[in-house]
Design a protein around this ligand. Structure first.
Ligand SMILES: [Zn+2]
Length: 602
C-alpha cells in the first residue's frame, strides 16, 4: 500500500516537474524571443558579462530553439559545475564521427580559460545566435562545424568581482584567472593536472579540431591595436601549416580593416614596459593552448584583446575576428583538412624519426624594423619608486621599432622507434590516454636493450609553480643497457599521429616534459645513508686494496673544494664507489627503444 501510494505520488510529482519544466523552457524561449534574442551583455548596454547560470541558460535556449545547436557538457568541475560545450552543425551531426564523415572542418572556439577575460563568451554567444537564429550568416556553417566552450574555467568564473583584473577596462564584474584549485589552465595543457583539463583533453582528442581559437584579454603596454594575436608561424610547425597560418593572418588582417579593427602580433617588449627596447617574439611551449595545438599537428590562434579598450570594442573585435575565421575556413576547409592529415602522417613516419627534432627555441639576435601603431608616452622618473614611469597620453603615434622574431632551435632530440615506461609510473601511463596516445602493455616481464639517461647536476626551481617543483637545469649522459621491465609496463610506439606530444612528454630536455614538471622528482632523492664511522673504515680498506683510489680522491677534493667541503661529502665519494651505492639514483626510468624486433607483447 505504502509502495503503491509512494509510486502514485512520484508520478504526480514527475508530471508536475515536466509541466513546470515545459513552462520554464517555453518561458525562456519566449523571454529570449521577446527580447530579440538579446544576450545579457547586449541588454546591459555592453557593460556586463553574464554569470555562469545565465550563460548556460542562453546556451540551452539556443539548443531548444535551433535544431542546428546541441548543448552538452564535457564533464564536471571540482566544485560540481557542468563544463559547457555547444556543437553547431548545419546537418545536425553532433558526434566527431558523423562530422568527420560529412567532410566538414571543425573549429573549436574557447572562451574564459582565464575567466576574467570574457570577450570570447559574449562574442561567441552573439555570433552563434546571429548564425542560427537571425540567419545573418547561414553560409558560415556550410563546411564548418563549430565547437564553442563559452566558459572553460567555470569555477574561477564564479569568483565574480569588479576587482579581478586591475589593468582591464570592463566588464563591470568578471571571473578570476585561475581555477578553484588555483591552477592556471593555460599552463596545464600538456601536464594536465586540473580535472577540467583532463576532461577537456578527452573532447579535444576525440574531435581533433582543424583549427582552434583561444580567446584572452592581454596585459602590457598601450597601443592602437584592438587585438594582438599569437600563431605558430616561427618555425615550430611544418611548412604547410606555417604557410596556411601566414596566409590566414594576411587575409584576416585585410578583412578586419573593413571593420575598423587593427591587429598586430602579441606585444612583448624586450625590457618589460619599455617600448624603446624593441619587440620580442617567442614560441609557446605545449603548456599553452596554441603550443599544445602545434604538437597535436593543428593550427591555432591566440586572440588577446587589448585590455585598455572598452569592453564593447573588445567584444566586437573578437566577434569580427571569429566571423572572418569562419569565412576563411569555409572557403579553405578541404585544404585545411588535407594539410592536417598530412602533418599527422608526416610525424608518424619512419623518415621523420631519422631527423633530429628541435624541442627548444631561442629568439635570434637578427632583427628587423617594423611599423608599430602606438600611443604617445612620456618617461618620467617616479619620485615614489625612483624607477622609470611610462606615462601614456591620448595621442596616437606611429613608431618604427626594432623587432626580434626569428627563432633558432637550441635543443634537439633523437627520436626512437618507441619508449618504454615501467609499470610503476602509473601517473605517466594514465596521462597518455588523455592525450590520445596509443600504447601497448606487455603481459610478461621483458628484458630489452634500451637507451637510458642519467642526470647530473640537477637543480630545481626555488619556488612552487602551478603546484609543482620544476626541474630547472640538468646535465644528461646517455647509456645503452639491457634492462628488465615488469609485466604491465607499456611500449609507446612512435609510428602514430601523437609522436610530437609523446616526445614533448617524455624527452627530459623538452620545455614541458614530465621530468621538468616534477613528475619524476623522487628519482633525484638519495634514500640510503652510510654512517661516517662505517665509511671511514671502509674507505681505508678500499684504499688498501687499490692505492690509486687515494690519488683520485685527493685530485677530486682539490679540484672541487665547494663540493667536498665536509666529511659527509668526502665520504660519499667513497660510498659511490662501493657496491652499496644506489645505481638507480638520477637514472631516468624511461627507456628509448631503437629496435622494436626485440619485443614480443605476449
Ligand atoms: Zn589570458
Amino acid at each position: 500500500m505504502h509502495i503503491f501510494e509512494g509510486r502514485k505520488y512520484k508520478v504526480i510529482v514527475m508530471k508536475k516537474i515536466l509541466f513546470l519544466g515545459a513552462i520554464f523552457i517555453f518561458g525562456n524561449i519566449l523571454q529570449a524571443q521577446t527580447q530579440g534574442w538579446l544576450t545579457w551583455y547586449e541588454l546591459s548596454g555592453y557593460l556586463e558579462t553574464p554569470r555562469y547560470d545565465k550563460t548556460i541558460e542562453y546556451c540551452k535556449q539556443l539548443d531548444n530553439f535551433s535544431p542546428l545547436v546541441q548543448y552538452t557538457s564535457f564533464g564536471k568541475s571540482p566544485q560540481g559545475r557542468d563544463l559547457p560545450l555547444l556543437i553547431i552543425d548545419k546537418n545536425q551531426n553532433f558526434t566527431p564521427e558523423s562530422v568527420r564523415a560529412s567532410g566538414n572542418a571543425v573549429l573549436l572556439i574557447e572562451a574564459c580559460i582565464h575567466a576574467g577575460e570574457s570577450e570570447g563568451k559574449d562574442a561567441g554567444l552573439m555570433l552563434i545566435r546571429d548564425i542560427v537564429i537571425h540567419k545573418k550568416y547561414p553560409e558560415l556553417l556550410d563546411h564548418v562545424t563549430i565547437l564553442f566552450i563559452p566558459i572553460f574555467n567555470v569555477d574561477g568564473h564564479e569568483r565574480f568581482s569588479p576587482y579581478n583584473r586591475i589593468n582591464q577596462n570592463g566588464p563591470k564584474e568578471m571571473g578570476w584567472r585561475t581555477t578553484a584549485q588555483n591552477l592556471n589552465l593555460n599552463r596545464d595543457f600538456i601536464k594536465a593536472d586540473a580535472p577540467e583539463m583532463q576532461q577537456w583533453l578527452k573532447i579535444y582528442t576525440s574531435w581533433l579540431p582543424d583549427f582552434f581559437i583561444d580567446v584572452h584579454t592581454t596585459d602590457g603596454a598601450d597601443y592602437q591595436y584592438k587585438i594582438t594575436y599569437g600563431m605558430n608561424v616561427y618555425g615550430n610547425m611544418n611548412s604547410q601549416h606555417t604557410d596556411w597560418q601566414n596566409k590566414y593572418m594576411a587575409e584576416i588582417e585585410e578583412m578586419l580593416k573593413i571593420d575598423n579593427v587593427l591587429i598586430f602580433p602579441y606585444v612583448s617588449f624586450r625590457q618589460w614596459h619599455d617600448p624603446r627596447s624593441g619587440l620580442i617574439h617567442g614560441i609557446g611551449s605545449p603548456r599553452y593552448s596554441t603550443g599544445y595545438s602545434a604538437v597535436q599537428n593543428r593550427p591555432a590562434l591566440l586572440i588577446e584583446t587589448h585590455m585598455l579598450k572598452d569592453y564593447k570594442t573588445r567584444v566586437e573585435a573578437t566577434y569580427h575576428m571569429i566571423r572572418h575565421s569562419l569565412e576563411i575556413m569555409n572557403k579553405d576547409y578541404e585544404h585545411l583538412i588535407e594539410i592536417n592529415k598530412n602533418a599527422d602522417k608526416e610525424v608518424a613516419s619512419k623518415e621523420y624519426r631519422e631527423k633530429e627534432l628541435a624541442v627548444n627555441y631561442e629568439t635570434s639576435s637578427d632583427s628587423s624594423i617594423v611599423k608599430f601603431k602606438g600611443i604617445d608616452y612620456d618617461i618620467i622618473t617616479s619620485d615614489l619608486t625612483g624607477d622609470l614611469w611610462f606615462v601614456y597620453g591620448k595621442e596616437k603615434k606611429d613608431f618604427e621599432i626594432v623587432s626580434f622574431e626569428k627563432q633558432k632551435p637550441v635543443d634537439f632530440v633523437k627520436l626512437p622507434d618507441a619508449y618504454v615506461i615501467p609499470v610503476e609510473w602509473t601517473e605517466i601511463i594514465n596521462r597518455l590516454s588523455l592525450h590520445g596516445i596509443q600504447y601497448k602493455t606487455i603481459e610478461k616481464p621483458i628484458e630489452i636493450e634500451v637507451e637510458l639517461t642519467r642526470f647530473t647536476n640537477v637543480s630545481f626551481a626555488r619556488s612552487s609553480f602551478e603546484g609543482r617543483q620544476m626541474v630547472q637545469d640538468m646535465g644528461m649522459q646517455t647509456l645503452t643497457a639491457k634492462k628488465e621491465f615488469p609485466a604491465g609496463s607499456v611500449i609507446v610506439e612512435m609510428n602514430q599521429r601523437t609522436a610530437l606530444v609523446i616526445a614533448h612528454l617524455l624527452e627530459p630536455i623538452a620545455p614541458d616534459s614530465y621530468l621538468r614538471w616534477g613528475f619524476f622528482n623522487p628519482i633525484f632523492e638519495r634514500k640510503e645513508y652510510v654512517e661516517t664511522y662505517v665509511m671511514e673504515k671502509m674507505a681505508r680498506d678500499m684504499i688498501a686494496e687499490n692505492p690509486k683510489l687515494k690519488v683520485e680522491y685527493d685530485n677530486e677534493v682539490v679540484k672541487n673544494p665547494e663540493i667536498y667541503n665536509n666529511q659527509y661529502a668526502k665520504l660519499f665519494w667513497f660510498f659511490a664507489r662501493t657496491p652499496y651505492w644506489d645505481q638507480q639514483l638520477n637514472l631516468y626510468p624511461i627507456g628509448k627503444i631503437y629496435d622494436l624486433n626485440q619485443i614480443n607483447y605476449l
